[in-house]
Unconditional design. Structure first.
Length: 140
């Protein structure tokens, strides 16, 4: 595995993201190398071309606030309430132009019913914030 895929802790990225046997994962805006960052994947993981109602985990990569705002609303509408959404944005140290920060994600996500529960290093360039639908809004 490439060193950039393990982050600072040495923990494999797939484990950090909560990818388990049989998970259905969709990546939006990810670099072409993204599948290699996840290796080794647990058995029976399905990498989906698009997010939908059957998706368990979405990993969204964004650099623009406007794109984040649109995707958060769209994904809130189409994902099942139990799905997890990882939002990744460039770290300041990466010197990638961006209008997204951890604070921006919270500012836009919380009013839509998302709540953040975990943060992690994805690569040397990307950080990740895990969002789930607030328990009271999940029903059942």
């Amino acid at each position: 595995m490439a060193p950039s895929a393990t982050g600072y802790s040495g923990t494999p990225l797939a484990k950090k993201l909560g990818i388990r046997d049989g998970s259905r994962l969709a990546a939006i805006g990810a670099e072409a190398a993204y599948p290699t960052w996840l290796a080794p994947l647990p058995p029976n993981v399905e990498l989906l071309a698009e997010a939908g109602p059957a998706t368990d985990i979405v990993h969204l990569f964004v650099t623009r606030r406007e794109e984040l705002e649109a995707e958060l609303a769209r994904l809130r509408r189409i994902l099942k309430p139990e799905a997890a959404l990882w939002v990744s944005w460039p770290k300041k140290s990466a010197k990638v132009p961006t209008t997204v920060t951890e604070e921006t994600i919270r500012e836009l996500a919380l009013p839509l019913g998302w709540v953040d529960i975990k943060v992690c290093a994805v690569t040397a360039v990307w950080s990740g914030l895990k969002l789930v639908v607030r328990k009271a809004l999940r029903g059942g």
